[in-house]
Design a binder for this molecule. Structure first.
Ligand SMILES: [Zn+2]
Length: 153
């Protein structure tokens, strides 16, 4: 999509380091899954990742792909996007905070051409962050997803 920041570049060394910090090994399969996830902005499901990456890595299994995706999520190199309408979990290779649009008919998730606003919650409710801190809750960020559907074509 136009107008969006470039995906952060992560080298093999960074990937290896991030996986090892969470007690996971760097493998060719994980590197392949990560490279694919970083190359697309479609927020694919595990099955879609599997279909794409198996073309480059023969003998890849769907279980290995699931495992690789969860390893990347644990290392904070990817994010998991659950679907509260019961659709499949999708994965996002963009680990910096950003906003999404979700189509309730197809489950499609797209990045929005909006900059992340760290102070958005302060603007909506100036005392909320302080109030939550008093309750022992430390705010680390927020998520915003615009929901709706595309017009039938
Ligand atoms: Zn995204």
């Amino acid at each position: 999509m136009d107008g969006l920041p470039e995906h952060e570049s992560t080298t093999e060394t960074d990937l290896r380091g991030a996986l090892e910090r969470t007690g996971r090994r760097y493998t060719r399969q994980r590197a392949g899954v990560f490279a694919y996830l970083r190359s697309v902005d479609s927020h694919p499901t595990a099955e879609q990742v599997f279909a794409a990456v198996r073309l480059h890595i023969p003998n890849l299994s769907l279980a290995t792909v699931y495992n690789a995706l969860e390893a990347l999520v644990a290392a904070r190199l990817a994010a998991r996007l659950a679907d509260d309408l019961g659709g499949p979990v999708r994965y996002d290779g963009r680990s910096s905070p950003h906003y999404h649009l979700r189509c309730e008919r197809t489950g499609v998730v797209r990045d929005l051409p909006l900059s992340y606003a760290p102070d958005l919650i302060d603007r909506l409710a100036p005392d909320l962050v302080a109030e939550l801190r008093r309750l022992g809750f430390e705010v680390r960020g927020h998520r915003l997803e615009i929901v709706g559907h595309f017009r039938d074509e």
